[in-house]
Ligand binder design. Structure first.
Ligand code: UDP
Length: 338
């Protein structure tokens, strides 16, 4: 199988490519604006081109024709960016990806598209169900929702192409995947990365850990290897079982409040071989979301997946518990940055 991965150097792209190269005989064609993660994966079955998906449209069209399945993973996926630069989120996440979706529809090429747990927004359901839960966002002046709205419309467009023009597709919805190389520490230094990297950076640099609005909000953290195992099964698509399906990929057993996450991560860090003798550790401080993100932020208090569909279709279940997921992530960051 030939897999086209756009954003192959990203967190998911890198881990997926690594797994494909070590466990299958597939070829990976990949594009990314950077190669800092992927460069260590040198392999004759990895065909990497450094480039911007908004510029290299001919290369992309040629490879959509050439490959068997397309994974457009390029997107801005950090809440701080949704409120600071919503138009870049719209241009890249929505417009650039719409272009790629249209090309897949033109050549009837299977697309495995990253939707997001963010599309459920502030849905009232206790566990989010792919085919039943309402998708709820806030008012327009809360710019955080531009990512959710962009992805939701792309989900709907792909669904419509699938139903009306026979585009083969699967949508997957990651729920707070974490692991080595999640975000760069440099970005975390500026305070704009996802929560787990943000807390690791604070612990490494002895800076305060901030609990936005007290940290009551809950997330279900999923270890990257569990996410990738599900993605490999989606790509294999035995008996076309994943066609026209939306699939949550998350770990409902790893559901925790951000406050408890902060204390657990500090505890794990303070027992680490290299840090157990440190004299001080980060303070954990509450902060108003208006101060941390700005006026146009709005939080999501519950985000727990139903994974019944993934279990049934993929014969898959997440296996890495929260403590192990955090330990593995913290270890990897310490090894990489110290
Ligand atoms: N958060 C926090 N402190 C931080 C970074 C994030 O309390 O330094 C909170 C944020 O408000 C959100 C949750 O942690 O409720 C998860 O944030 P993340 O950036 O990982 O993305 P999300 O899960 O909201 O998409």
């Amino acid at each position: 199988m030939k897999v086209l991965i756009l954003g192959v150097n990203g967190f998911i792209g890198y881990h997926l490519t690594k797994e494909i190269l070590s466990t299958t005989d597939w070829e990976v064609y990949g594009m990314d604006i950077d190669d800092n993660r992927i460069k260590e994966l040198e392999n004759s079955r990895l065909h990497f081109v450094e480039g911007d998906i908004e510029i290299n449209k001919e290369w992309i069209e040629y490879h959509i024709k050439k490959c068997d399945v397309v994974m457009p993973l390029v997107a801005i996926a950090t809440p701080k960016m949704y409120v600071e630069d919503p138009l870049s989120v719209f241009h890249l996440d929505f417009e650039a990806n719409l272009d790629i979706i249209k090309k897949c529809a033109k050549y009837k090429k299977r697309i495995v598209f990253p939707s997001t747990s963010e599309v459920y927004g502030i849905s009232p359901d206790a566990e989010f169900d792919e085919d039943k839960s309402p998708l709820c966002t806030g008012p327009i002046n809360k710019e955080r929702w531009i990512y959710s709205a962009s992805k939701q419309l792309l989900d709907r467009v792909i669904w419509a192409y699938g139903n009306h023009e026979n585009l083969p597709f699967t949508l997957f919805r990651p729920f707070n995947w974490v692991g080595p190389k999640l975000d760069s520490i440099e970005i975390a230094k500026e305070g704009s990365s996802r929560v787990v990297t943000q807390f690791i950076a604070s612990l490494l640099f002895k800076k305060p850990i901030y609990l936005v609005d007290g940290g009551k909000q809950m997330r279900s953290f999923t270890y990257i290897s569990d996410g990738i195992a599900a993605l490999i099964k989606i790509l294999k698509n035995e008996n076309n079982i994943c066609n026209k399906q939306i699939i949550n990929i998350g770990n409902p057993k790893n559901n925790i409040s951000i406050k408890d996450l902060a204390y657990l991560m500090r505890d794990i860090f303070s027992k680490h071989e290299k840090h157990k003798n440190d004299k001080e550790f980060s303070q954990i401080i509450e902060i108003d979301s208006k101060e941390f993100y700005g006026e146009s932020y709005q939080d999501i208090y519950n985000r727990k997946p139903s994974i019944e569909k993934a279990k049934k279709l993929l014969n898959w279940e997440p296996t890495v518990n929260l403590e192990d997921a955090l330990k593995l992530s913290i270890d990897a960051f310490i090894n990489e940055y110290e």
